[in-house]
Design a protein around this ligand. Sequence first.
Ligand SMILES: NC(=O)c1ccc[n+]([C@@H]2O[C@H](COP(=O)([O-])OP(=O)(O)OC[C@H]3O[C@@H](n4cnc5c(N)ncnc54)[C@H](O)[C@@H]3O)[C@@H](O)[C@H]2O)c1
Ligand SMILES: O=C(O)CC[C@@H](O)C(=O)O
Length: 530
Amino acid sequence: MFKVLVSDPISDLGISLLIEASDIAVDKKTGLTEDELVGIIGEYDALLVRSQTKVTERIMSAGKQLKVIGRAGVGVDNIDLDAATKRGIIVINAPDGNTITTCEHTFAMMMALARHIPQAYLKTVGGVWDRKSFVGVELRNKVLGVLGMGRIGSEVAARAKAFGMDVYGYDPFLTEERAEKLGVKLASVEDIIRDADFITVHTPLTPETRHMIGKEQFAKIKKGVRIVNCARGGIIDEKALVEAIDAGIVAGAAFDVFEEEPPAPDHPFLSHPKIIVTPHLGASTVEAQENVAIDVSEQLLHILRDEPFKNAVNMPPVPADVLSKLEPYFSLGKKLGSFAAQIAEGPVKEIVINYAGELADVDTQPLNRYVVQGVLACHLGSDQVNVVNAMHLAKSRGVNIVVSKTQATKGFTNQVSVTLRTTKEERLVAGTLLNGFGARITQVDKFPVDVEPQGHLLLVSHHDKPGIIGRVGTLLGTNDVNIATMQVGRTIVGGAAIMVLGVDKGVTKDVLAQLTALPDLNNAKEIQLY
Ligand SMILES: NC(=O)c1ccc[n+]([C@@H]2O[C@H](COP(=O)([O-])OP(=O)(O)OC[C@H]3O[C@@H](n4cnc5c(N)ncnc54)[C@H](O)[C@@H]3O)[C@@H](O)[C@H]2O)c1
Ligand SMILES: O=C(O)CC[C@@H](O)C(=O)O
């Protein structure tokens, strides 16, 4: 008999599959503290949560029998994934079940914002018949900018079209073909900032999306824009948003999510007349809660019964003999994918992985997944992509994966190269494992280099001319950025060249812009590898 603990409110109908299974015993105990969970988790094989329970490392180490944690919903930011992976606990989620519900909530928020419904309601029930203060705007003929065209963003776009809106979409995986199919204009963030009357965000919260609309964007944004966030707190800079509203730039905002949840009682959103809020209700419908609970219950049953399952967020199923040959390359593969994704511009169309040398004789499928994970995690969020779901996610986003192998190497026993083809360009990053020295990046595009793939790196492309290295060093020094390592690569003297610098801390966008403005320097990009 397997024991399942449900520690957040989840409807019986959703988990009826578990309740009715003869080999499962379900306990529902909601509102427990971490200490209380630590006290009882040891007797359970599975834990089923929504977003309230924070599944910490402490809880997992006390869960000696715990095989699986099910999240009835999309975001797994309340589960310590690393701790789960370390212990071999499979984490599963239900990414599809609340898409429509959250899309509809976004629309409810957008319409309530356009027509001041919460503010008007409060006045009316307070006995004041005020028709003058609440003149709204129509959605028809307005430009809606959708940042993040995944499951929810695409559904929002479809509904916006039915309202007669002109929809702009931006997503690193949105290609011209897909945009056309969805009937949206393929736009950049800048296009959206410049033209949109309404902006709605539907991305995960990642280092890249954190404050993707902040002070800098509000300085250029279309006056009178209205902003909706039903995705994750922090994608829009809350402080900068309040300033932009108070400065008369932004007309209003509707937020379902906060940088800190629940927000402090004195949070400026809670008393601002132009901001409407809900307490993370995006997924809270009877239908969605049933859908996600049914999905996750099904998967949970498969895992407990040792049957094939989908939507695992964390576990790499690799046979032991393959593992011993490939394991040393997993981290390198992921970093090469991540490096390539961080330097390539435009929506990714194809990932080409080439194995040279001894690796050509091995079934590299598990390693392919690490490379693809590295590419996708950059845009989808590291908590959403893992070696189990990486290929599925790539396929569902129309990203083609090509794997080629060759016995011949250029001096290395093994070499892995990752070529990323986007709608704009093709970028290549190759690496190897050097006996006794560990992982190295050996090539970036056509340039040979020798770089440890670790920490903060800067990739600078320039013309091979005297003085350029000094200028880069001086500029970084002036901006308090310490250079730990530096590699220069060129193919001909006086031609195109690159520098890869290891720096002790991240650099600001402003420093990158200053670097790019240096004479004879074409471009500077920051890459973070962990
Ligand atoms: N409010 C709620 O209750 C609620 C409910 C469900 C989901 N969510 C949240 O909504 C968000 C979207 O969920 P989804 O199911 O559509 O996820 P999804 O993975 O299907 O879509 C996210 C999309 O964001 C894109 N993206 C990543 N980085 C980007 C960037 N820098 N610029 C533009 N696009 C970028 C990705 O390519 C992807 O297509 C997630 O943050 C999820 O946690 C909130
Ligand atoms: O459980 C919830 O209501 C939150 C759901 C939502 O934020 C998600 O990521 O799925």
